[in-house]
Write a protein that binds this ligand. Structure first.
Ligand code: PA5
Length: 473
């Protein structure tokens, strides 16, 4: 995976001839999967833009939408002091990821002139203390709320909407609707109906774009544009990566290779944990976004034909260097059940020199004259080496610089890898029945009177309570 400003996937430390024959993946193992990989590539290619693969076309088919987003974002930047996203899962993790990657790391704390846009809050939980704390720091009269839900009915998001809309009605009265933007499906769900009734500004999540694949739709593009992020650059980066993944040959398609390697690791080596470890704070939430994508897409109990399987890798988020001091001990000496994926930034957007000093302490003084940039990179190399010495597999995605283009590349790379892995595992990577079950059960607990919730209440009532002696303390 090369190119002037292209991210590159370095799989050297996964390979048996580097990490050791008993621990790594051989070229032969990859060779045995090449036909399946080609078939997976063709299957994804054939379904591009249809069914639940609408997201593959987002980098290409949104010219008018981008214009609308940019002009709406311009108005929001002029009028509001805060922009609050009300959404959860795929409706929240992408906006958080892009903001952390592409804006000042302490954006909300900057003075308004330096920010250039409103403060951003992404509210992806229904913790009452969190909601109260948000209301304590925003001025609702100067805040725009973006309600984001693909299904249009997620309880967490809609309860937030109920709270906020009541406050807006009370505090603003006429014209409160101008403070709400709905991002949702064109037809399905309650939010679109509500939005039509109230006359909210609307952005549509196209059909075929599920929550976790929606970052390059208005779900991610609107908050990004509001905060001054180059959304055309994001889409351009995604197109570039898509172009680099245009072959059914694993050695010419990095996302396909990534899928093949992880499936080999799962199926042949029992490697069921994938640690995503960026060595850059800006990419910290790329790990969160990836974890949802990988976990919700690949963690399935049946194949597409309904055969029981129970597949999936557990994604774990880590941050270099911080988690060297909390998780690395496990990765170097614990079970041989993990691959560590490093995200390494080649050129940071800042350089911080370390001054000379403490000459009487050689182990401190040697740091003088170096930079934090050199230190973080040396720590990445040290960790990669420690894993190698311990016979543990790792891989590195080198990011030339964190910018809109490379973030677009990473989004496209991981989304395609996920789709290919779903094909190779013969599962439906685009549904989430395990999440639905919990949603229905929660609504049943809350007393929703719809038929399926009443049935669930009855089913839950039949489950015996665990014995009292199991509750300790
Ligand atoms: O990827 C998904 O589909 C989910 O994680 C959803 O994003 C999440 O459940 C929120 O759903 P919705 O966007 O319908 O509110």
């Amino acid at each position: 995976m090369a190119g002037k400003a292209g991210i590159t996937l370095d799989i050297g430390h996964l390979m048996a001839d580097t990490v050791g024959w008993q621990y790594g993946i051989s070229r032969g193992m990859i060779g045995e999967r090449e036909d399946a990989a080609k078939a997976a590539f063709e299957a994804v290619k054939k379904r591009r833009g249809s069914g639940w693969l609408g997201w593959t076309e987002l980098p290409y088919n949104q010219d008018d939408i981008v214009q609308d987003i940019l002009s709406t974002a311009g108005q929001i930047r002029e009028r509001f002091d805060a922009f609050v996203v009300l959404g959860i899962g795929g409706s929240a993790l992408g906006p958080v990821m892009a903001q952390q990657a592409l804006n000042h790391l302490r954006y909300n704390e900057l003075p308004k002139e330096k920010r250039g846009g409103p403060k951003l809050y992404v509210e992806d939980n229904v913790d009452p203390e969190r909601m109260r704390s948000l209301l304590d720091v925003i001025d609702i009269r100067k805040t725009c709320f973006n309600v984001v839900t693909k299904s249009g009915g997620t309880a967490e998001t809609m309860s937030q909407y109920l709270i906020i809309s009541e406050l807006l009605k009370k505090q603003i009265g006429e014209g409160w609707q101008e403070h709400v933007i709905a991002t949702t499906d064109a037809e399905k769900g309650n939010l679109i109906q509500l939005a039509r009734k109230e006359g909210f500004k609307r952005f549509i999540i196209p059909s075929g774009v599920g929550g976790r694949f929606s970052e390059l739709s208005p779900v991610g593009l609107l908050p990004a544009a509001v905060c001054g992020i180059d959304i055309k650059g994001l889409l351009q980066g995604a197109r570039e990566m898509d172009g680099r993944c245009g072959s059914g040959d694993v050695w010419a398609n990095p996302a396909l290779m990534e899928a093949v390697l992880q499936v080999i690791a799962m199926e042949e080596m029992g490697v069921n944990v994938l640690v995503m470890m960026p060595y850059a704070d800006s990419l910290k939430y790329m790990a969160d976004w990836f974890c949802q994508l990988w976990a919700e897409s690949l963690g399935k109990n049946v194949t597409r034909k309904g055969m029981a399987v129970n597949v999936g890798q557990t994604p774990v988020k880590a941050l270099g260097v911080t988690d060297q001091h909390s998780q690395l001990q496990l990765y170097t000496e614990g079970p041989y059940d993990k691959i560590v994926t490093f995200l390494r930034v080649e050129a940071f957007r800042d350089e911080v020199p370390i001054p000379h000093g403490c000459e009487e302490f050689p182990d401190v003084a040697f740091l003088g004259g170096k930079t934090l940039n050199g230190l973080i990179d040396a720590e990445y190399r040290g960790t990669q080496y420690a894993l190698l010495r311990a016979g543990r597999m790792s891989q590195t995605i080198h990011v030339p610089e964190v910018n809109a283009n490379t973030i677009g590349q990473l989004i496209c790379f991981f989304e395609l890898a996920t789709a290919y892995a779903g094909e190779l595992l013969d599962i439906d990577a685009f549904n989430q029945p395990g999440v639905e079950e919990s949603k229905i059960a929660s609504y049943a607990v809350l007393g929703n009177t719809g038929e399926k919730f009443r049935k669930k209440q009855a089913e839950m009532a039949d489950v015996p309570e665990p014995k009292a002696e199991y509750r300790l303390g």
